[in-house]
Design a protein around this ligand. Structure first.
Ligand SMILES: *Cc1c(COP(=O)(O)O)cnc(C)c1O
Length: 403
């Protein structure tokens, strides 16, 4: 058990706390599920890009899935070997492609014809052969929130099966492109297995059809998206997930790569915030806290639910309240109509499942410094990112301040 009260006292609030042991349990569960098959767990850095978090996964043997050159640099800085790094994303700048090629990463996930052409041209300039994979959009409804669904045709990600085939042929015939993998990622927070299996069937069939034209891929990249329990969702077990994927790969000698983000870090993270005051308007109860949408955006952005623990208070007893922050937006809330015991100044709330898409989606809106981040490993806590000071926030503006 993590002593949240002690951590809030030591590091102040708002604060992110990550249980590194819980992250390891998740990593190992997934890695073990693919036992017997060549596989790599490539941590999706965008879920939580703190260098110490990435380093923790690097130590466990993970690779990295990156969606900007900044994330590639983070992965390298944190000690992930270049040959375990994948660069994904629908829009890559020329300089990002160039640096990825010069860094000799495992492959670039290509998402359009235009990108394939840029990668080829830049590889020619650099004088290298670009290892690529193509992100296929299998047009499967993942049955998740529309904002985090990515595998349908009305969505900006990936290319359809026929375009992919044409692009693979083109890559095969280019002296600067080496098609080594195939990739799909149908959405995030997936809690149903069937759409994943259907997508894998479609993509595995494409792999077989490419073999008939002598394109032999090595990597079958199934993306991320494995859902977690925020409230009472039924989730997919790593074992069932792996079995569903592997069942579609009979007679294919492919290394399976998965790119989990949320699954590895979400439930290992907690967001700590203190109550400033309670306020009652007409019939409505507000609990005003020192954490806000600039710290944890998911409730505002997706209407996401997070379990909130009021430390030292009875759980599930009390009256409904909106838990809101100090930011000047009506959309600034951490919970709506959430049943909480009566609270007073300085009471501590712990927002659970905050380890993924928490700190990373943070901003400095309202000139609020971002929270500090703390890691807990085997009962020992350590700071892994300092709280931002006012001076940090204005550092890039002050050189231009005219007297
Ligand atoms: C966001 C993303 C992931 C990780 O998604 P999770 O839902 O956090 O597992 C993996 N791969 C790609 C290409 C992504 O864009």
């Amino acid at each position: 058990m993590i002593d949240f009260t002690a951590l809030a006292q030591k590091y102040d609030t708002p604060l992110y706390v990550y249980d590194f042991d819980a992250m390891q349990v998740q990593y190992e569960a997934l890695k073990t599920a693919f036992k017997g098959r060549k596989s790599m767990v490539a941590y999706a850095i965008k879920a939580n890009s703190n260098l110490s978090v990435i380093k923790h996964f690097a130590t466990l043997g993970a690779g990295a899935d990156c969606v900007s050159i900044g994330e590639v640099r983070r992965a390298l800085r944190a000690g992930i070997a270049s040959y375990k790094i994948i660069f994904s994303g629908v829009g890559k700048r020329d300089d990002e492609i160039r640096e990825a090629l010069e860094s000799n990463i495992l492959y670039i996930n290509v998402e359009s014809d235009g990108e394939l052409e840029r990668v080829e041209q830049i590889a020619a300039i650099v004088g290298t052969v670009a290892r690529i994979s193509i992100r296929v959009n299998p047009n499967i409804d993942p049955k998740t929130h529309p904002y985090i669904s990515t595998g349908l045709h009305d969505n900006k990600f990936g290319v359809d099966i026929n375009s992919a085939k044409r692009m693979y042929l083109r890559a095969k015939n280019s002296e600067y492109l080496d098609p080594v993998g195939i990739h799909f990622h149908i959405g995030s927070q997936l809690t149903e297995l069937e759409p994943i299996r259907e997508a894998a069937v479609i993509v595995a069939d494409l792999v077989r059809s490419l073999q008939t034209v002598n394109i032999d891929l090595k990597f079958f990249d199934i993306g991320g998206g494995l859902g977690i329990r925020y409230r009472d969702e039924a989730t997919i077990s790593p074992y069932d997930y792996a079995q569903a994927i592997l069942s579609t790969l009979t007679a294919l000698e492919l290394t399976v790569i998965c790119e989990p983000g949320r699954f590895l870090t979400a439930n290992a993270g907690y967001f700590l915030t203190r109550v400033l005051y309670e306020k009652v308007n007409e019939q409505k109860r507000f609990v005003i806290v020192d954490g806000a949408m600039n710290d944890l955006l998911r409730p505002s952005l997706y209407g996401a639910y997070h379990y909130i623990e009021a430390v030292g208070k009875p759980d599930g007893e009390g009256t409904p309240a909106d838990v809101v922050g100090p930011v000047c937006e009506s959309g600034d809330f951490l919970a709506k109509d959430y049943v909480l015991a009566p609270l007073k100044h300085q009471d501590l709330l712990v927002v659970h499942s905050a380890g993924a898409y928490g700190f990373g989606m943070g901003s400095n809106y309202n000139t609020r410094g971002r929270s500090a981040e703390v890691a807990v490993t085997q009962g020992k806590d350590r700071l892994i990112r300092s709280r931002e000071s006012f001076e940090d926030l204005i550092a890039l503006e002050t050189p231009y301040l005219k007297s």
